[in-house]
Design a protein around this ligand. Structure first.
Ligand code: FAD
Length: 116
């Protein structure tokens, strides 16, 4: 009998969303056009309004107010997102992630080629 697929809980939704956000940041241009910057800013600013976990959205809103998104280029954006994610990790009692490893995790894979 086929297994039914359940709606995502906060954990699954979070993993899917972080995957999307970190991967999109990893492939964001080094020198984005004004249009690309404006769209990235809209995407990020929409999260505290639309993200379907109300307490997550509310924390994010406060964090983004004290540390505005850096959409100047892929390195700045990847770093900013890593720090946002680390704020959540810290709040949930999870380990902080080493932000120098975002490209390895989300774009290039480890240098031993095990993900190729
Ligand atoms: P996740 O935290 O989902 O991480 C997925 C993978 O990302 C990890 O396996 C790791 O390889 C990598 N990673 C981890 N940290 C970083 C980093 N700093 N930079 C780059 N890569 C990293 N849950 C709540 O219970 N309360 C909340 O308030 C809450 N707020 C959230 C706000 C947002 C915007 C999002 C997207 C999610 C939020 N979540 C919240 C969900 C939570 O962050 C996790 O996604 C969820 O608990 C599942 O955790 P996980 O351990 O599977 O890995």
């Amino acid at each position: 009998t086929p297994q039914v697929e359940c709606p995502p809980d906060v954990e699954q939704l979070g993993r899917a969303t972080w995957t999307f956000l970190h991967t999109t940041a990893a492939y964001y241009p080094e020198k984005p056009t004004p249009t690309q910057r404006a769209n990235m800013l809209s995407l990020l600013r929409s999260l505290p309004v639309l993200y379907p976990c109300s307490w997550c959205a509310s924390h994010l809103k406060d964090n983004m107010a004290s540390r505005p998104p850096d959409v100047s280029g892929r390195l700045g954006l990847s770093r900013w997102l890593c720090e946002q994610h680390n704020d959540v990790n810290e709040r949930l009692g999870k380990e902080r992630f080493d932000c120098s490893k975002t490209d390895e995790r989300w774009k290039d894979g480890p240098s031993d080629g095990s993900c190729d």
